[in-house]
Design a protein around this ligand. Structure first.
Ligand code: NAD
Length: 557
């Protein structure tokens, strides 16, 4: 029997050729849609499979924007863009890169939160890999099913803490898919080298488990040794199948996130964006804010609402940076205070504190509320990472403004519905003096004739550049020093015009340049610390730039 007929399964209809040009139409990395030239259509056998008019990429982009903008809700736009990504990656990335400010909120926060919640309903075409507890003992074998060889970047979640939305189990797949799209759009990682993975270890979300449309394992989450053994098998399998891959641990619940990070960060190149990426972007925001106030990092007192991955990650990086400014570790820690769901985190509070909170449990009388803590501690900066909306009340913002000429107030919880306060509230209640940033974007706000443009403390400023820098240098580890240099690089890229509007981050329209500079800083740190596995190039910036994927069509014939 002719093997070509066998492989296509169409022998009953005659003998089709094994490979026709039309296969490029169904491969999103190769497909150009209506932009295939007349010559390509002839040579690749595409005549008749496409409408006759040949479009340029620019014309396709305009058509895409018209269709996209005609959709009435963000979730419909998300679905439209996902379908485009599954069909034609060049056009998808051209659209995202050229209209980054419009597209990022659609392909990532805040829309991706809703997309995850509805993932079961909007799921049409698999993207990435689902590896479940049922696959124990076969994880390496399963990774080999991935059609693309030489994966260099894996974003993996277990779906337990999706944004501020909690345990979404297998529905969390929207996050690694979205993050990797941002890697490509913002830092030029070639999409062919990326792999989104969801580790399905069950879900403790009883409502999901009860729903008939749920796409994951309908069982409670594995914990303890069952969980750890599965993660260990996964890590070993990645090392075996994709030995050059960098792993980003994403949206793990905080009972596992710190342990997983610490267990693996020295064993395989990996980092946790929720802890380390958030830390760098928030620290960069504070550094940007200090360019407005003129203060020093080591002089700040930071009060966090929320003592989880984000909050303690930021504090740990602050401590590293403040030590560089001459403080001892103990002095630097004393400048960070936390309020969690049980009040101010202090020694002898009566509950068992998780290990990541212990370094910040200072000697202090118990304090029950955030307002009381602000009154007593008089922080210079207030950072919300609690996932609890409307917790920065008028009283609290007014207290911050009474104690500081320019209070730093960051409401970082995502999505927008979870923000501790809005930009409008922060500016209004502080009489326009707050240096405000948020996790999800807020529109500009005018107060007494002054236009305030708040910054979005989005990890997008950090992780794509860090990942690219680690990948080009083939760093054996991703260190805290690399995140610190990323934060400093980012803060240095905020322009005077940005600061004049109150924005402590560069415009998102500069994101590829930002990622290039951060990647250069990270690769330089890798070479300087002896962690790079490739020879140092003469010009690191040019080396990084040369590897960035540009979404343009190639001529096939
Ligand atoms: P987490 O679950 O690890 O931590 C949440 C913390 O909030 C816990 O310490 C918890 O005790 C505390 N908390 C819960 N309810 C509280 C209450 N009523 N009052 C005070 N504290 C309370 O989560 P995380 O990873 O630290 O993320 C927290 C939030 O930060 C999420 O909404 C997430 O979207 C956001 N975040 C934003 C960015 C960003 O903007 N760049 C990055 C990462 C996380």
């Amino acid at each position: 029997m002719n093997p070509s007929a066998l492989s296509t399964g169409l022998s009953a209809w005659g003998e089709p050729p094994l490979l026709t040009g039309s296969q490029v139409l169904t491969n999103p990395l190769l497909n150009k849609g209506t932009a295939f030239t007349d010559r390509e259509r002839d040579v690749l056998g595409l005549r008749g499979l496409l409408p006759p008019r040949v479009f340029t990429l620019e014309e396709q982009l305009q058509r895409t924007l018209t269709s996209l903008r005609s959709k009435s809700s963000n979730i419909e736009k998300y679905i439209y863009l996902t379908t485009l990504q599954n069909r034609n990656e060049v056009l998808f990335y051209r659209t995202v890169i050229d209209h980054i400010e419009e597209m990022v909120p659609l392909i990532y926060t805040p829309t991706v939160g809703e997309a995850c919640q509805k993932y079961g309903a909007i799921y049409t075409k698999p993207r990435g890999m689902f590896i479940s507890l049922r696959d124990r003992g076969h994880v390496a074998e399963i990774l080999r099913h991935w059609p693309q060889a030489g994966v260099r970047l894996i974003v993996v979640t277990d779906g337990e803490r999706i944004l501020g939305l909690g345990d979404l189990g297998a529905l969390g797949m929207g996050i690694p898919v979205g993050k990797l799209a941002l890697y490509t759009a913002c830092a030029g990682l070639h999409p062919g080298y990326t792999l989104p993975i969801t580790l399905d270890v069950g879900t403790d979300n009883a409502e999901l488990r009860a729903g008939s449309a749920y796409i994951g394992l309908k069982q409670p989450r594995a914990r303890g040794a069952d969980y750890d053994d599965f993660i260990e098998e996964f890590a070993l399998a990645v090392k075996e199948v994709f030995p050059k891959a960098l792993v980003q641990w994403e949206d793990f619940g905080n009972t596992n996130a710190f342990r997983v990070l610490h267990n693996y960060r020295h064993r395989l190149p990996s980092f946790n964006d929720d802890i380390q990426g958030t830390a760098a972007v928030a620290l960069a925001g504070v550094l940007g804010g200090l360019r407005l106030t003129g203060g020093k990092l080591a002089e700040q007192k930071i009060l966090f609402l929320g003592a989880g991955e984000a909050g303690t990650g930021i504090a740990d990086l602050y401590v590293a940076a403040a030590r560089d400014e001459g403080l001892s570790e103990a002095e630097a820690r004393l400048r960070c205070w936390f309020v969690d769901s049980k009040g101010l985190v202090v020694q002898g509070r009566g509950d068992t504190l998780a290990s990541h909170k212990l370094p910040y449990a200072h000697k202090h009388a118990p304090v029950a509320t955030l307002a009381e803590a602000v009154k007593l501690l008089k922080p210079t900066a207030l950072i919300g990472v609690s996932g609890m909306p409307a917790t920065f009340t008028r009283e609290i913002v007014e207290l911050m403004a009474a104690n500081n000429p320019r209070p730093i107030i960051f409401a970082l919880s995502n999505p927008t519905s979870k923000a501790e306060c809005t930009a409008e509230q922060a500016y209004t209640w502080s009489s326009g003096r707050a240096i405000f940033a948020s996790g999800s974007p807020f529109p500009p706000f005018e107060l007494n004739g002054v236009r305030h443009v708040s910054g979005q403390g989005n990890n997008i400023y950090i992780f794509p550049g860090v990942g690219l820098g680690a990948l080009v240098s083939e760093a054996r580890e991703v260190t805290d020093a690399m995140f610190l240099s990323a934060a400093r690089t980012l803060a240095g890229l905020v322009q005077t015009e940005d600061l004049a509007m109150g924005r402590v981050y560069p415009s998102l329209t500069k994101i590829r340049e930002v990622s290039l500079k951060i990647a250069t800083a990270v690769a330089t740190a890798a070479h300087d610390s002896g962690l790079a596995s490739v020879p140092r190039p003469d010009d690191i910036t040019e080396d990084v730039r040369g590897r960035m994927f540009e979404p343009v069509y190639r001529e096939y014939v």
